[in-house]
Design a protein around this ligand. Structure first.
Ligand SMILES: C[S@@+](CC[C@H](N)C(=O)[O-])C[C@H]1O[C@@H](n2cnc3c(N)ncnc32)[C@H](O)[C@@H]1O
Length: 347
């Protein structure tokens, strides 16, 4: 869902005007003035944010790190002076936050590192399981279905990689196609929203569009994805579709640790035709400085859910290189959006 510019511009201007008109009363601590501006601020947020941002804010960002209070309490990438380092804020230091963590946690034993075992992280502790998140989901179909619905909601209002001004689809994957050959294989593609967007934004592209996912997910798609081929495929097994123009992984690799990602990539690379096939990865690329809240809060969420992390550009390049892939370009639309990483088989 796109933000309606006319409506939101008018609302935002009105709300900002009302806030400006109340600042004097707040400064003078008039009864009710602070509450009024607070209520207006909530209206301002709801006028500005997309459904995706609402889900992020209510679902995890405020809990983890993005609300000014929690964020300032712990620290942020934004305040760090070292690349890709998280810096404690003055408030965290003043409140001895990290000493408190040390008392309640076995942090020193892990040298304060991220949890790194996908079968033994915070999620497994909470749910008393030894299964990684997606295996647990597959065993709990009700939750799996809700997760798939959530992924569709999470995409609403977000820039799509195939929107004008993001990844130059026609230039990069639009040449040398014919209707019989696979254009794009969406590996772990969920309910197929990316393929539907590609078809809507680029109806002129020819070639087969193939959605692959786990059995329950493909069953949930049913016949809701007309013109898209549905296939049950476990991405830890060899990719059956050979020589596609593009293999696409959206929010898949960030679910897994490096060893699992290499297994996924090593199962795709043999299917790629050198000089023809591209691997497209749609993920956050954490900037070394000043990462925006949608990215830093997602990093916290991934730690909690999967004992995994969002990756920096250096980490992405290193991972792909290990799989015999060479990065051809990274496209980012604006601060805080996911990026499109394009790679080919290294020659
Ligand atoms: C975070 S979701 C991303 C879904 C979709 N690509 C998107 O961006 O909305 C990860 C997807 O990976 C799928 N998945 C997990 N393990 C899988 C496996 N072994 N083989 C294939 N798909 C798998 C899940 O079912 C889920 O749809």
């Amino acid at each position: 869902m796109a933000l309606s510019t006319d409506h939101s511009t008018r609302s935002v201007a009105d709300i900002l005007g009302a806030i400006a008109a109340s600042t004097e009363a707040v400064a003078q601590q008039k009864p009710g003035a602070r509450e009024k501006v607070l209520a207006l601020s909530h209206q301002l947020v709801s006028a500005l944010e997309t459904p995706s941002e609402t889900i992020q804010r209510m679902g995890w960002a405020e809990v983890f790190d993005s609300s000014p209070k929690a964020y300032n309490l712990m620290g942020s990438y934004a305040e760090s002076r070292q690349p890709a380092r998280f810096a404690a804020t003055q408030l965290a230091v003043d409140l001895n936050i990290f000493e408190k963590l040390e008392e309640t946690h076995d942090a020193p034993a892990t040298e304060y590192g991220n949890p790194g075992n996908i079968a033994d992280g915070p999620f497994q502790f909470a749910h008393k399981t030894q299964n990684p998140f997606f295996i647990w989901l597959a065993e709990h179909p009700g939750y799996g279905e809700q997760f798939n619905n959530y992924m569709s909601g999470y995409r609403q209002g977000k820039r799509s990689w195939c929107d004008e001004g993001f990844y130059p689809v026609m230039d990069r994957i639009g040449q040398g196609l014919n209707p019989e050959t696979p254009l794009l294989v969406d590996v772990g593609g969920g309910l197929g929203h990316d393929l539907l967007e590609l078809r809507t934004n680029h109806p002129e592209l020819s070639g087969r569009l193939i959605l692959q996912d786990q059995p329950d997910v493909i069953k949930q798609v049913g016949n809701a994805a007309e013109g898209i081929e549905l296939a049950v495929h476990d991405f830890f097994t060899p990719q059956p579709v050979k020589g596609a123009k593009a293999y696409y992984l959206h929010s898949v690799l960030h679910d897994w640790d490096d060893a699992s990602c290499l297994r996924i990539l090593n199962n795709i690379v043999p299917a790629m035709t050198p000089g023809h096939s591209k691997l497209l990865i749609n993920e956050n690329v954490v900037p070394d400085f000043g990462a925006a809240w949608p990215i830093t809060s997602m990093d916290w969420l991934m730690m909690a859910l999967g004992a995994v992390k969002e990756r920096t550009e250096r980490q992405w390049r290193g991972l792909l290189q290990q799989a015999g892939l060479e990065v051809k370009g990274i496209w980012t639309y604006e601060q805080g959006t996911e990026s499109l990483i394009e790679a080919e088989v290294a020659v």
